[in-house]
Design a protein around this ligand. Structure first.
Ligand SMILES: Cc1cc2nc3c(=O)[nH]c(=O)nc-3n(C[C@H](O)[C@H](O)[C@H](O)COP(=O)(O)OP(=O)(O)OC[C@H]3O[C@@H](n4cnc5c(N)ncnc54)[C@H](O)[C@@H]3O)c2cc1C
Length: 476
């Protein structure tokens, strides 16, 4: 007996060696890479079985102690910081790939399965899934999918949460529930036509339940890949004219590419390995670089896609757009694993990375990117902007990345300001902040339908009346 009742109860649930209240361990769970203020949990418990999670949730209810589920803690946005202390439930030991169904093309995984592990397993079988393009391979796949994350097949299959086929969840009262077709069928293949209750979990940042199994679409892995790249030779003050945004929309409508991404000049230089501080941009280099990643199951299919896309770029040039073909072989490859993202994460040294990501209509990117450039310039930071187009409608990710030095208070303060200003730009562009830190949620709700906020509060109150699940998130 340790003399600490909650600690002893936790040890009784997860077993000796799987619980800690050591300050140096707790400190590892107190922060992420962002400028969101750190806060230590009181305990960390490593679950290995679903029944343990149910017991932990029941304990948290009885004791009135908050619970924060985590896997890789890489989701930038302060989402795993236990702002009210309590118990961090570390799920990384729950890492079984439960099923890979090659007759219906889906996989069922536990929350601790890492991006790298699933990718390696699927590769052996000639499959893949839409992988988040930047995080370390040690990050969890499940948290990214349930947070509406973005993957390298987003241009073809849409946002990752659209590719979820089934779910098992421990609800805030400890009950275990299946959602989607797997609630009725032995297969985890589809979430409709029955009522789609996954909306109670998706995007809720771990505040309405702990996902213990996730079904996701898997896709045959094409053997052939190519890229088409083009640059926007535009002034810094007008980085993406409306005509160029319309050109991107034209490319997106073709539906040929698995990924269409854009990067500001600064982001590309980091990818090329240039060290901080970056030199001023040479006039002859593009303000924005775009690339379309094409895959095919045969050389002929790939060649056909490439030909169509290249002729579209040529047409754009002939029509007078500030566009020119670029060689993409040397620069960012939007493919897993990409070392590029890790390069920019530590570009200024000191290991800090903040970002505000959004889903925003492409037609509003011109005003958005222009204002993002202004914000970065005003604060003396190189603009690191990343764009990606999602399948379906003409919208996509407009993201401002802010590598900063954690040891430099001036850097920290500047990035806090930049992040808040970026949120306003996103909202002014009709966009939605994704994986939103609480301060960004507050801004969204201020501008949103009050009845939407009220309904969210009622759902949360109904599911989690004791407010034990990841409190402080979503500004609820
Ligand atoms: C350099 C860099 C690049 C990145 N690029 C991308 C990208 O391209 N696309 C993308 O989508 N993301 C990206 N990310 C964000 C993040 O790494 C991924 O989304 C990753 O999949 C998150 O997994 P994680 O294990 O780190 O989640 P965590 O940070 O541990 O958890 C994220 C959230 O989910 C909740 N949660 C965790 N497990 C559960 C569960 N089982 N049930 C319910 N809630 C749970 C947590 O409480 C928290 O709110 C990037 C991050 C970095 C640092």
């Amino acid at each position: 007996m340790s003399g600490d009742r909650v600690y002893d109860l936790l040890e009784g649930i997860v077993g000796e060696g799987n619980v800690s209240r050591e300050p140096h361990i707790l400190e590892c769970y107190a922060r992420d890479s962002t400028t969101n203020p750190p806060s230590q949990p009181d305990y960390v418990a490593m679950a290995t079985r679903v029944e343990q999670i149910q017991e932990l949730v029941r304990l948290a209810n009885r004791e009135g102690v908050p619970l924060v589920p985590v896997v890789g803690m890489s989701s930038t946005g302060g989402l795993t910081i236990p702002v009210e202390g309590g118990i961090v439930v570390d799920l990384h030991k729950m890492d079984r790939i439960i099923e890979i169904n090659e007759d219906i093309d889906y996989a069922v995984i536990e929350p601790g399965v890492t991006i790298g592990r699933l990718d390696a397993e699927l590769k052996k079988r000639g499959y893949w899934v839409s992988l988040p393009v930047g995080p370390p391979g040690s990050a969890g796949l499940v948290p990214g999918y349930i947070l509406h994350g973005y993957g390298h097949l987003g241009g073809k299959f849409g946002i990752n949460s659209e590719q979820i086929t089934g779910m098992e969840v421990v609800m805030p009262d400890g009950e275990l529930v299946r959602l989607g077709g797997c609630a009725v069928s032995p297969y985890w293949f589809h979430r409709t036509p029955i009522p789609d209750l996954m909306g109670l979990i998706l995007g809720w940042q771990g505040t309405t339940g702990i996902v213990t199994k996730l079904g996701i679409n898997i896709y045959p892995r094409p053997g052939f890949k190519d890229m088409v790249g083009w640059g926007m030779f535009t002034p810094h003050e007008e980085p993406l004219p409306e005509s160029s945004a319309r050109f991107l929309m034209k490319v997106a409508r073709l539906g040929l590419a698995h990924d269409i991404s854009g990067h500001s000049w600064g982001a590309v230089q980091i990818g090329r390995g240039l060290k901080y501080p970056l030199p001023p941009k040479p006039r002859e280099e593009p303000e924005l670089y775009f690339s379309a990643t094409l895959y095919g199951f045969s050389r002929e299919e790939l060649a056909m896609k490439k030909k169509i896309l290249e002729s579209l770029v040529r047409e754009g040039i002939e029509e007078g757009l500030p566009v020119a073909c670029t060689d993409v072989t040397e620069r960012v490859k939007v493919e897993m694993p990409t070392r590029y993202a890790l390069k920019y994460s530590d570009h200024r040294g000191g290991g800090g990375l903040d970002y505000i990501g959004s889903i925003t209509p492409i037609i509003n990117w011109p005003q958005g990117i222009k204002r993002l450039n202004e914000i970065f310039d005003r604060h003396g930071f190189t603009p690191y902007i990343r764009l990606a187009i999602y399948r379906g409608t003409l919208q996509g990710m407009m993201r401002a990345l802010m590598p900063y030095n954690r040891g430099d208070e001036k850097d920290v303060e500047a990035v806090r300001k930049i992040a808040r200003e970026v949120v306003q730009v996103v909202l002014d562009c009709g966009g939605l902040v994704y994986k939103a830190p609480s301060f960004a949620c507050e801004e969204m709700w201020k501008r949103g339908d009050p009845n939407f906020l009220e309904l969210m509060r009622r759902v949360k109150q109904t599911l989690d009346p004791k407010r034990i699940m990841n409190p402080g998130r979503l500004a609820l």
